[in-house]
Structures are given as C-alpha cells and as structure tokens.
Design a protein around this ligand. Structure first.
Ligand code: SAM
Ligand code: SF4
Length: 488
C-alpha cells in the first residue's frame, strides 16, 4: 500500500497530503452471503462516500465485502480523473487485478466513478481490461450490470442524471473510526473551472433532500458518532426545494413563482440542531458562493466547527479569470476578511493551490505566494497543473509551463505553506482546546489523537479518556502538522 501511496504523487510527509489522491479499501465482513465484493477507491472524499453507497447497494444484493482482492468474485475500482497521475495509478491497478483474473476467469472487474464516465466504453471495448463500466449516477444499476456479466455480456452505464442523489440509501461505513463520518449533501458541479474534469464526469449540480441529511446525521449520532462532515464540490451553493432539486432548474422557477428554498446556511443550522454534542463540518466552500449568512450561522452554533476549506487556486486575478473561477484576488481577500471579522483569528482556513497554470508568469506566481502571506493558511493541498482532456483549458490554452518550472513553483508554495502551518500552530500554544477524540495516536498507544474545532490534529496522554470523548487539552508543544498537550 505504501508503494501505491507513493505512486499517487503525495507530496511530503509533514505537508498535508493530497486528499484527492488517497486510497481506501473495503473491509472484511462475513455474514454468510453467497458472493464477495472487493472495492478500492481513489480520489476525493466524495468518492469514498460513493463507495459506501455502492457497498450498501451490493450488500442488499447478495454480497459480503473482502479486504483481499484475491478472494473477490467482483472487484470494483472507484476512480479519480482529476490529475493524470491518478488515472495512471488506476491503470496499474487494473493490470494487477487482471493477473488474478487470468486464473479465475469468472471474476468480474468493474471501473466506477470519474474515469468510467470520462472514458466510457474505451476501457471495455478498445482496451478490454474490464467487464463493467459504471458512472457516478448509475450505482443503483450495479446489481443488474453484474447480472449482465453473469449472463456472458459486458456491461456499461454512464448515464448522468439530473436528479439522482442516493438520498434514500443508507451508506455502509467503510474504514470508519466510529466517531467521524461523511455525509454527501449534493452531487455534481455547475461551475466550469477551466482546469477541471468534474463537471464532465459528475454531471449537473443537484442538492439532496435536507430531511434525509438530518436523518442520516441523527442515525449516526444515535450510533455513537460525534462528528459529521457535509460533502459537496461547492457546498455553499446548496439549494433545495420540495418541488425540484436540480439547481439550474430551481433557479429558473424560483424567479417566476414562490418556492420555499433551503440554502446552505439553513442546512447547517438544521444539522447543528441534531445535538450540541454532534460536531458539524463541511467541505468544499467556493469563494464566490460563501456568504456572511453562513459565517454568522457558524458563529451562532458552538458545534459548527470553525474551519473553512476555501480553495484559492491562484493569487493572481488574470490567472483566476483564465481558470474561470469567477472571483478575483480582491474578492477572495474580502471573503477572508469576512471570515476573520465574523469568526476571528482562531477559525482555520485551508486552500488548494495550482502551480504553473497555462501562461502563468513568475510575477503571477509571486501573487500566489503573497496571497498566502496575507491569509496565512493553516494548511493547503498543493498541486502542479495537469492538463486534462476535454476541459476548457485543454481546448483554449496551451499547457506551456515546463515541468521543471511547475515543480519549482510548487516547491516554493509548499515551503511557504510549511512555514505558515508552523506559525499558525504556534498561535495555539498555551491555550486550552476542546478536542474530539478519534482514537489512538499513530505514534504511541499511550497517546490519544483528536481534532480541535479548527481541524488541527491534537495529541495528548490517554489517561482514562476514550474515543468519542470531548476533552479539554492544554497545548504545550507543536510541529507544523500537530499540536501536543495534556488534558486539563
Ligand atoms: N470543488 C472544489 C473547489 O472548487 O475547490 C475542488 C474539487 S477538485 C476535486 C480538488 C482540487 O484538485 C482542486 O481544488 C484543484 O486545486 C485540484 N485540481 C483540479 N483539477 C486539476 C488539474 N487539472 N491540475 C491540477 N490540479 C487540479
Ligand atoms: Fe472542479 Fe471548479 Fe467544480 Fe471545484 S468548483 S469541482 S474545481 S469545476
């Protein structure tokens, strides 16, 4: 597995690793079902969340799960297309699986998610390395697709829906610590950032029924979970009405008639009211959509965590325009100022940054560094630009920054982020932080690990505390990645 993680272009230990390049594997569960599913998932948290939905659907249809693909009847690879490297890793994995299939021909291999949607029948017809191709909106159809392959055919469904949110499916929690869980609140994306494949692979934006979200949060709380993270590509643009959940259509009818609409601020309030002991987080916030109403709601509820993932991508207005992010540097700074005014210095802010986008000059790269100096992010996910087929940038602009320059600029961004992470963590020294315990620290069995409201990892001696407890911890030391202290 460590080889795999290395392959995925994760940058460096102390720097926040790229969440969009992590990997997760199904767990071993034997309840006496007739067949075994192995599911391996790449990419963002949304993908991991989808794998929990897929597992739920397959369990309802005669499957147990396994953590060893050699023992599987069906292997699903839930894929990511965001950067070229992610796709290369998936291809390598398909080769591994096909080696096992060579001596076990009845084994089925399916590709799910963004890469399935992007390449459609190519993996199946031209490359002949899979039996099933299923896009992100076709997971309810997976049992039929497996049946089709049982009957000797190949199976494809890459239909993108305008309505599907899987609202009624209760996800089977994979790799869960029993304390924190993710809840998908919307699907797709209506933004057209020029570098990004997501609008093509995950379809139009639609918001999930808020009452099903609250029910899922309540169920998790009743089972002992103490934190939920609400997930979407652009959570601040969440918009739902009883009548219609497709955002573009909703905005059309909203202008003409009175419809009752639940927005993101309303939604976080509803989830926060499940219990004051249930922490609420969310990701990702788009700088063009985050409102003061959301910030005031965060302030009003102690259990809505004071942490915002607000990807800037670049600090230069010309590049932001070319990226089609629909905000400029001043707008972004205004949003950061609003966060500081309303929620104070303690609120954690993180970003995604892309180094070496098409035609970026050295001065424009410096603008990214000076924006970082202004904001002082707690951490960032940092990438160099990777041209993706079919995106607006691929069609309009030349990918003209040489790889060595992209890497040099990325390294400068990483170095700056490291310094800022340490600086921000030092501000937490000698203060008491309310920590939700997630489990034993990776470093020692004698230490527990949890997070404070700003999403920072805090480590402290176990004493008699347990997973799921809230503990007041006095922070006495820190690194750029961790706060270290003792319970008080
Ligand atoms: N919806 C989120 C937003 O707008 O901030 C981001 C979702 S995307 C899965 C995660 C991150 O991947 C992006 O914020 C961006 O920094 C990075 N990314 C997307 N496409 C990329 C590309 N072609 N090359 C490099 N990084 C990319
Ligand atoms: Fe991609 Fe932009 Fe949508 Fe994020 S907001 S998923 S970067 S298109």
């Amino acid at each position: 597995m460590s080889e795999l993680i290395k392959d995925l272009d994760i940058i460096a230990e102390e720097t926040k690793t790229d969440e969009s390049c992590a990997v997760q594997v199904s767990k071993e569960e034997n309840t006496g079902k007739s067949r075994k599913l192995y599911i391996e998932s790449y990419g963002c948290q949304m993908n991991f969340s989808d794998s929990e939905i897929v597992t739920s659907i397959m369990k309802e249809n005669g499957f147990d799960t396994t953590n060893d693909f050699n023992n599987a009847d069906v292997i699903f690879l839930n894929t990511c297309s965001i950067r070229e490297k992610a796709e290369l890793t998936v291809r390598k994995r398909l080769t591994d699986f096909n080696k096992v299939k060579a001596s076990k021909p009845e084994m089925q291999i399916g590709v799910l998610g963004c890469m399935a949607e992007r390449l459609k029948t190519k993996l199946l017809e031209e490359e002949k390395i899979v039996d099933i191709v299923a896009g992100p909106d076709s997971y309810r159809d997976l049992p039929n697709l497996v049946k089709t392959v049982d009957d000797g055919e190949k199976a494809v469904n890459t239909f993108l829906s305008r309505e599907e949110t899987y609202a009624d499916i209760s996800p089977v929690r994979l790799n869960s610590n029993g304390v924190t869980a993710f809840i998908s609140i919307m699907r797709g994306c209506d933004n057209m950032c020029s570098f990004c494949v997501v609008p093509f692979t995950r379809g139009r934006e639609r918001s999930r029924d808020p009452y099903s979200i609250v029910k899922e949060a309540q169920d998790l709380f009743d089972k002992g979970y103490r934190e939920v993270t609400l997930l979407g590509q652009n959570v601040d643009s969440y918009k739902w009405s009883e009548e219609i959940n497709n955002k573009a259509r909703l905005e059309k009818i909203e202008k003409k008639e009175e419809v009752e609409v639940i927005n993101f601020a309303n939604l976080i309030e509803m989830v926060a009211n499940v219990s004051p002991d249930l922490r609420v987080r969310f990701s990702t916030s788009h700088p063009k959509d985050i409102t003061d109403e959301v910030l005031h709601t965060m302030k009003k509820y102690e259990n809505i965590c004071k942490y915002i993932h607000l990807p800037a991508q670049s600090g230069n207005s010309r590049i932001l325009k070319m990226m089609n992010r629909t905000y400029d540097r001043d707008w972004y700074i205004n949003r950061v100022d609003a966060i500081r005014d309303i929620l104070g210095e303690e609120c954690g802010i993180s970003s995604d940054m892309i180094a070496g986008f098409c035609s970026e000059t050295e001065e424009e790269h410096q603008d990214t560094l000076t924006l970082m100096d202004y904001v002082k992010y707690d951490f960032s996910y940092m990438f160099f630009y990777s041209e993706r087929p079919g995106t607006l940038a691929e069609k309009r602009y030349e990918d003209d920054i040489p790889l060595d320059i992209k890497k040099k600029r990325l390294q400068e961004i990483i170095n700056k982020q490291r310094a800022h992470s340490l600086e921000r963590n030092q501000l937490d020294l000698n203060k008491v932080h309310k920590v939700l315990v997630e489990g034993t620290s990776k470093r020692s069995d004698e230490q527990l690990q949890g997070r404070n409201t700003a999403n920072k990892v805090v480590i402290f001696p176990r004493e008699n505390y347990q997973k799921g407890d809230y503990v007041d911890v006095l922070v006495e030391e820190c690194t750029g990645a961790t706060l270290i202290g003792k319970a008080v």
